[in-house]
Ligand binder design. Sequence first.
Ligand SMILES: [Zn+2]
Length: 321
Amino acid sequence: MAIIREITTVASVAMPVAEAWRVKRCRYASEGTSAGRLCIATGIHGDEMMGQLVVFGVARRIMAQPEHLHGIVDIYPMLNPLGLDCGSRMVPSTAQLDMNRAFPGRPDGTALESVCWRVLEDMRGADLVLDIHASTQNKSELYEVRMNTPHAEELIRQARALCPELIWVYPDNNLYSGSLTGTLVELGTSALILEADERHRRPHEIAERVVEGIMCKMKDMGLWTGDCALTVPRDEDIPCIRTEEEICVITCEAPGVYVPLDHIGKRVEEGELLGMVIDALEGSVREEVHAPASGLVFSQRSYSAVYPGTLIARVKKEVQA
Ligand SMILES: [Zn+2]
């Protein structure tokens, strides 16, 4: 059975200096009955490259076994192409604007508002929208699914089939209002953030893990009957952060160069050494950073310069049942 592959421009807004901000979508659609529609977006932050390799991987998997697609998969690889071109998180302009704080936008607003509006209108009504991000520079992160508090229990249920290493429910403090996924959920469309780490020049490995998770989710949705190495994990097999109280944020006090021990994805004991801040000039250790609580290390500072208050690690604390 053939599939339809179609590239469409979802939004196009003229910019100064003969540039245009174009958001493109590649649709993979099976012929005949459809089990639903999945949207996969990335590149909203132009400095996060991980999503490019992930959507490339999903597209390759679909094209390798097109007869096993049973619905629509819409891929939006570059929501912020101007930022991606110059490796900038923000939308390049005189004021630095975060596209992921500009939703829902307006049809007749500024270039940014207008693009956001059109993207949102195009995705609305899908069965699920995935927005892929990457951890910021100098920080390692697990493969995580993140969501806002409202409707969290329903979204957690949906997130499981993506086989993440961690599910993280953000507190409802308006910090994420204006985001693509937050706005979609408010409008009644299920949407989740995927956080995938480039982990120091090993992007293939991490991307493959995320692609497998997405294929597993597609299988779970009835969209895919092709190859899939993973099966939906049980609830208890995925660590889940539901409240802020479960998170222990560790920062350093001394400035210098941080040298981490590799704990990401592993359990540490209370008091265990996480890493140290060194002074290369003096040849001294300025600070040893220890875990204040036992639990899973899910964020970790890389080998880099640090200042007082720099985030060193986040630990998911073990709560007594
Ligand atoms: Zn991001």
